[in-house]
Design a protein around this ligand. Structure first.
Ligand SMILES: Cc1cc2nc3c(=O)[nH]c(=O)nc-3n(C[C@H](O)[C@H](O)[C@H](O)COP(=O)(O)OP(=O)(O)OC[C@H]3O[C@@H](n4cnc5c(N)ncnc54)[C@H](O)[C@@H]3O)c2cc1C
Length: 427
């Protein structure tokens, strides 16, 4: 009981500390703008040096914003964002929109989050980085070479199977088509099998069973408990939520091949399950292979990249290379968007300091409070949970928004919900 009380107090303290930090960042930013107001803007863009940001999701997009809005107007640096997606992929809502037909809300237009950066400060390149060397990044399709003075790696994680954890498409139209296919397949199945009992698998199985109660929905998970990376109280609550909806959960089992043969799949134990559609929710891995040529020793067997507390890569020969978000090895068990953004801010400020003649002194230390999770258990229920590794705190809520308050995600990134010029151009 005492431990739980301590957890509540330190979580509240964390929330206030974060509010304080954000207010301080905003004051610092305002102060910089006032200082910069007397400086003439750079007019000759010929000699611009590049701060290259690889990946524009929670970590990279935020780092780009901090850098673009904090550099002095006459700075000879510009931000080059290399990101293959045409839109920001809102990962949190993907399992829901695999079942519920509101897929357009998962793709947030890029751009407005960088509003306020001086003209010419930011350049977008919608491509994928294939490899990196000491001075340049090389692009996959065009084979173009882009030199850098500073490099920010924010390439996150990928999922081999794509949905429901990531969207394996670069344009919004292709991404929406993949989500619609998934909705159609789930709707058409009588025996749905979901493999992987992490958050994406639990949420998708629960949503599908609540939307289509007549279907047989089975969740297969290789561990002793669903949500195995979280505490036992959340594990038990998630299992109970699944059972209440009528999802059959099979633990300590794996699908043998992942393929459906004559309407069945075979598990590793030899047991067979009826199945006419299977959703694989396993296997997210950090996207770092393109760094293997530059810093092989910094890449851990898990694929994450070792960093110093300043989030510079753990390689003294590369002081101008920074890493943030899910691809950074910062010691977080459950990577999440809040810590990715906080790392993006640390990297952004350190790059600005280094680019203006100072030293990168901001540091990042993980805090358990950032791992707070809201797990949906069907279309109208959720459990919020936080843990410091010793004790857990969780509470249930009724959910009224079928789209999981997507509008907040859009507004947070400066976009008007659900207004997208791209929709007009595609008509
Ligand atoms: C289904 C699901 C639900 C989630 N729900 C929550 C939640 O409710 N709350 C929460 O806090 N977190 C949640 N998370 C976790 C959160 O989404 C991640 O922690 C976050 O997306 C990490 O952000 P990131 O910027 O590090 O990387 P990512 O989001 O993985 O993005 C990486 C970016 O880099 C780009 N990229 C990759 N390789 C290259 C390359 N070679 N060249 C150029 N660009 C490249 C990609 O296109 C992508 O845009 C959820 C995750 C999933 C999968």
């Amino acid at each position: 009981m005492l431990q739980k009380a301590r957890l509540i107090v330190s979580f509240i303290a964390y929330v206030f500390k974060r509010i304080g930090e954000l207010a301080w960042e905003s004051i610092e930013n305002r102060y910089r703008q006032i200082q910069f107001a007397s400086q003439p803007p750079l007019t000759d863009h010929g000699e611009m040096r590049n701060i290259v940001v690889v990946g524009a999701s929670y970590a990279g997009y935020h780092a780009a914003r901090v850098i673009a809005s904090s550099l002095p107007p006459n700075s000879p640096y510009r931000v080059v964002i290399i990101e293959p997606h045409s839109h920001f992929h809102f990962t949190w809502v993907l399992p829901r929109f695999c079942v519920v037909e509101q897929e357009h809300k998962a793709f947030i237009p890029y751009g407005p989050y960088l509003k306020g950066a001086p003209e010419g400060r930011v350049r977008w390149v919608h491509e994928r980085v294939a490899r990196v060397d000491r001075d340049s990044v090389w692009l996959e399709k065009s084979h173009d070479q882009i030199p850098y003075a500073f490099l920010v790696i924010a390439s996150g994680a990928g999922a081999a199977e794509g949905l429901p954890s990531r969207v394996a498409a670069d344009t919004k139209a292709e991404g929406m088509a993949l989500l619609k296919d998934m909705q159609r397949n789930i709707k058409g199945a009588q025996h749905l099998v979901v493999v992987g009992g992490g958050a994406a698998g639990v949420e998708l199985a629960a949503d599908a069973k609540q939307k289509y109660p007549e279907k047989h929905v089975t969740l297969v998970h290789s561990r002793k408990a669903v949500m195995h990376r979280f505490g036992p109280e959340l594990q038990a609550a998630a299992l109970k939520g699944l059972e209440n909806l009528g999802v059959v959960t099979i633990l300590q089992e794996r699908s043998a091949s992942g393929s459906i043969v004559e309407g069945q799949i075979t598990l590793q134990s030899g047991k067979r399950l009826q199945c006419d559609f299977l959703v694989n929710c396993t296997g997210q891995s950090p996207s770092s292979s393109f760094m293997a040529g530059l810093a092989p020793e910094a890449i851990l067997p898990t694929g994450t990249i070792r960093v110093r507390p300043t989030l510079q890569i753990q390689d003294e020969k590369l002081p101008n290379v920074y890493v943030c978000g899910d691809v950074a090895a910062v010691g977080i068990d459950n990577p999440n968007a809040r810590s990715a953004m906080r790392q993006g801010a640390v990297v952004g400020l350190n790059v600005v300091r280094a680019a203006t003649g100072g030293s990168p002194t901001k540091t990042y230390k993980p805090f358990w409070g950032e791992g707070v999770i809201k797990l949906t258990l069907g279309l109208d229920k959720s459990i919020s949970h936080v843990s410091d590794g010793k004790t857990e705190l969780w509470w249930q809520s009724k959910e009224r928004n079928l789209d999981l308050m997507s509008a907040l995600g859009w507004r947070h990134l400066g976009a008007k919900p659900f207004d997208d010029d791209d929709d007009e151009s595609e008509k």
